[in-house]
Design a binder for this molecule. Structure first.
Ligand code: SOE
Length: 393
């Protein structure tokens, strides 16, 4: 395809693999207005970068993101680094006229997220686009849930009940990886997985979280230092004898209010023993309810409140039909898809926004909205779950 978008990706960890898979696939599955050229992968450690480039399918490598951004032959910067570098890279890339896709959460602090949002607004005047990677919006069932809520199928939203549960650090000997360090990750379970359910809540309801009260806890306060950086897994060999302080939350519990008058509860934890990557969101409305469970990726639970007596209760919608979001491009009706597909859908939507000159969603401003809610939860938790309003963007 002519005029392909030339992608430069910064980072090569778990999300680097997920985004690479998306860039490799997106133009082969969807009919895109622009082609994709997986031009350059960028990272500091050559020993990890070169094999990642080969494995993931990138043409070239760069060791310094500044050099990457300065290149004239790059159109898009895809940021899949830990949160401490998002702001610096994104702001520089936008100033250089590159479209930016940035992993979630947008930044480690509200101040950084505000600066990124301002940079995105400035760049937008020249047709440059910026999007944040809240990938679960691109689960077909989640997008369909949103459409059903918007169509009034469950009436006014009364409750959102959302939980994102993992258990990968239950072992106190699990090393102090970057996700457990505040200066690198910003926060712990709250920002890493709580951010997803806060964003999903605002996305599926079309409403804003206006206030929160939060509790956070760090159950294991010291851990062995890793001798090599590791993402979600670390073997015995990657640990050293020395120990360091865990500076983020292990778990967060949040009460919230929605702009439409509904109430919400959120739970984000890495200590839900036995729960690997369990995300569930249920929306109860005045006319019915809808629920999504990530472990049942291709389904929605639906209760139409008007259905009485022997037919009441939740029924299962199979989100596998060509009329459902994203599905038509994949397999014949009834055939299921999974986790990696959401990154492909995300890449598809971003390419369309760039080519068609539309504002991508979630924009940096929307992601700043999530950051403001995360920040309010942390401040509330520091004040024994005091009620705090979440400022509007
Ligand atoms: C780690 O907890 C993590 O990889 C998150 O960072 C992702 O956003 C989520 O998709 C899976 O879990």
């Amino acid at each position: 395809m002519s005029n392909p978008l030339r992608i430069g990706m910064v980072g090569y960890g778990f999300m680097g693999a997920a985004h690479s898979q998306a860039w490799r696939t997106v133009h082969r599955v969807f009919d895109l207005p622009r082609g994709i050229d997986m031009a350059v992968i960028c990272g500091r450690d050559a020993a990890q970068l070169e094999p990642a480039a080969r494995k993931f399918g990138w043409r070239e490598t760069e060791r310094d993101w500044r050099t990457l951004i300065a290149r004239k032959d790059i159109d898009v910067i895809d940021i899949v680094t830990p949160g401490d570098s998002h702001a610096e890279i994104a702001i520089a890339a936008l100033a250089a006229g590159k479209h930016v896709l940035c992993e979630k959460p947008l930044a480690n602090t509200v101040a950084e997220a505000e600066a990124m949002t301002a940079a995105a607004a400035r760049a937008a005047r020249d047709g440059v686009r910026a999007m944040c990677g809240f990938s679960y919006r691109r689960v077909p069932a989640v997008a369909h849930l949103r459409a059903l809520v918007a169509a009034g199928r469950i009436g006014a939203v009364r409750h959102v009940r959302a939980a994102y549960l993992q258990d990968w650090i239950v072992d106190p000997e699990f090393p102090l990886v970057w996700r457990l360090q505040k200066e690198r990750a910003g926060s712990g379970a709250l920002g890493d997985i709580g951010a997803h359910i806060l964003d999903m809540t605002q996305y599926v309801t079309g409403e804003r979280i206006t206030g929160v009260a939060g509790l956070t806890e760090t159950f294991v306060r010291e851990r062995p230092l890793p001798s090599a950086s590791s993402g979600l897994s670390a073997s015995a060999e990657t640990k050293s004898q020395a120990r360091g302080r865990v500076t983020v939350d292990d778990a967060a519990i949040v009460l919230g209010r929605l702009s439409g008058g509904g109430l919400c509860t959120f739970e984000a934890t890495r200590f839900a023993t036995g729960r690997k990557n369990a995300l569930r969101i249920e929306v109860n409305g005045s006319l019915g309810s809808l629920a999504f469970d990530l472990e049942r990726f291709n389904e929605l639970e639906y209760h139409a409140g008007a259905r009485a007596g022997t037919e009441s209760g939740f029924t299962r919608i199979l989100v596998t039909e060509p009329e459902h979001p994203y599905i038509a491009a994949w397999w014949p009706p009834g055939h299921i898809i999974g986790y990696e597909h959401v990154f492909t859908h995300q890449a598809r939507d971003f390419v369309h926004a760039i080519a068609e000159g539309t504002e991508p969603s979630p924009s940096f401003a929307e992601a700043l909205g999530v950051q403001l809610a995360l920040d309010a939860v942390e401040r509330s938790a520091a004040r024994h779950a005091a009620w705090l309003d979440v400022p509007a963007v």
